[in-house]
Design a protein around this ligand. Structure first.
Ligand code: NAD
Length: 471
């Protein structure tokens, strides 16, 4: 069995104790890994703090080169990363490869960005230049649905800007982050990147730590609120990428087969465990029955199984807690709607929920109003478009969303009325590290990715100079 290690102060070390990592396709442990305690967390933060002056003083081009080297190193071990990701997370191996390559690609995109000083005013009397300085120690806290690529969204900009880091993965998917730590141990100066793991007990300590300058958090809205209150005492910078309950709004001019397929994919990719997965769909009266039937057909045909089986399209739910929550939501769906495909967990080891389509369901049922984070899609009927838009917007969340229509101008006009950070028109899941990603309402605070996302790892410093001879 491989020995996974924490990375603290440039050394690969054992944890204070160990913990089991469960393969969600079997419901059984397949690996042990180190578990850090609070003393190790403090050591990791201290190491990151000590490494900051030298790292931030290095020319940006050197930091860029090291990020590129990390991308190359991940790619060189892509098979190992993908296999580990499938075993700990559950996703089909092809998708794990895609995430691994996307992780390397994301690091390269950030490595290609720059932080040149900007002249913001230059007139007869003044020259004002905005410089971007790093913040210090960044704590990167990630969830279990995309443990690698969501880490890259934080590693890339934080390191390029000159910050040092402590990485803390979700307790159920620690291994791929520890593998990244292994590579960082070889590539980066001691203390620049540190990895710790926990059982949901160290996140709060990390976010409250006085020597952490910024928290980059991706996870649920409930935990995001805890993070926000814990950073308040030191007024740390914080980025919160939180939950969503994204709607797909289908207009009446669509090709039903084509759009049903795309919506089905958007609702079931990664077993529906995506912050921007399609989690409810609104379909006009005239095509409602046909649309539901098509979604149900696709659900019945989808191959559900272990991620290691090449024929698998949809893997298991990632962990037992989430599996139990989905089972509860399925009971609600049975009570408040009509299930026309799926609906029961598979009777086999592991946490398998087949793709499930729920029709004739009320807006206030839990399966519609809550984030399911599962391959379960409620289909809602509408007769008036304004009313449908109001129902789409009637949510505490505002992360993503999609609008589908042949008349692209009309679809675009509808998209502009959806209160979300991103709205896709006639496509979905087009995530690009060049593009700023953010949530409205309770889906988040701040921006990840794009140039704006890079700026979130910096403090702007305005130098405002008088021109010689100016009064
Ligand atoms: P979670 O909130 O349970 O956990 C996320 C991380 O926070 C884990 O590393 C966890 O250990 C840590 N944590 C737990 N308690 C903490 C505390 N008190 N302080 C600080 N950190 C703490 O989320 P999850 O169940 O792992 O992930 C699923 C959620 O993440 C979904 O709601 C999903 O929509 C959201 N998500 C959002 C995005 C986005 O970009 N907006 C992307 C992916 C997932």
């Amino acid at each position: 069995m491989k020995q996974f290690k924490l990375l603290i102060g440039g050394k690969l070390v054992d944890g204070a104790s160990t913990m089991d990592v469960i393969n969600p396709a079997k419901g059984e442990a397949f690996q042990t890994c180190p578990r850090a305690d609070e003393a190790q967390l403090n050591e990791a933060v201290a190491a990151a703090k000590a490494a900051f002056p030298a790292w931030s003083a290095r020319p940006i081009d050197e930091r860029r080169e090291l990020l590129l080297a990390l991308a190359d190193a991940i790619e060189a071990r892509a098979d190992e990363f993908a296999e580990t990701l499938t075993l700990e997370q559950g996703k089909p191996l092809q998708q794990a490869k895609f995430e691994t390559m996307g992780t390397a690609g994301t690091l390269r995109v950030f490595a290609g960005m720059s932080l040149e000083p900007k002249v913001v005013l230059d007139d007869d009397t003044s020259k004002v230049i905005e410089h971007r300085a790093p913040l210090g120690v960044v704590a990167a806290i990630t969830p279990w649905n995309f443990p690698l690529v969501l880490l890259a969204n934080k590693l890339g900009p934080a390191l390029l800007a000159g910050n040092t880091m402590v990485l803390k993965p979700a307790p159920t998917t620690p291994l791929t982050t520890l593998l990244v730590g292994e590579l960082c141990a070889e590539l980066f100066p001691a203390g620049v990147v540190n990895t710790i793991t926990d059982q949901n007990d160290l996140g709060g300590v990390l976010t409250a730590h006085p020597d952490v300058a910024k928290v980059a958090f991706t996870g649920s809205t409930a935990t995001g609120k805890k993070v926000l209150s814990s950073v308040a005492s030191t007024l740390k910078r914080v980025t919160l990428e939180l939950g969503g309950n994204d709607a797909a709004l289908v207009l009446d001019d669509v090709d039903v087969k084509d759009v049903a397929q795309k919506i089905f994919n958007g609702a079931t990719f990664n077993a529906g465990q995506i912050c921007v997965a399609i989690k409810r769909v609104y379909v006009p009266d005239a095509i409602y029955d046909e649309f539901c039937d098509e979604l149900a057909r696709l659900a019945r045909e989808a191959v559900v199984g272990e991620g290691t089986d090449p024929s698998t399209q949809i893997g298991p739910i990632q962990n037992r807690m989430q599996f139990e929550k989905v089972k509860e939501l399925l009971e609600d769906a049975k009570a408040n709607g009509k299930i026309i495909a799926g609906g029961e967990p598979l009777s086999r080891p592991g946490y398998f929920i087949p793709p499930t389509i729920v029709r004739d369901v009320t807006d206030d049922s839990r399966i519609v109003a809550e984030e399911q984070f599962a391959p379960v899609l409620p289909v809602l009927r509408y007769s008036d478009l304004d009313d449908a838009i109001a129902r789409v917007n009637d949510s505490i969340y505002g992360l993503g969303g999609t609008v589908w229509g042949k008349d692209v101008e009309r679809a675009q006009a509808v998209a502009m009325r959806i209160n979300s950070g991103t709205v896709w028109v006639n496509k979905h899941l087009d995530m690009n590290p060049m593009l700023p990603f953010r949530g409205s309402k309770q889906s988040g605070i701040g921006v990840e990715c794009g140039e704006e996302g890079l700026y979130e790892y910096t403090q702007a410093r305005l130098v405002n100079m008088a021109k010689p001879g100016a009064a």
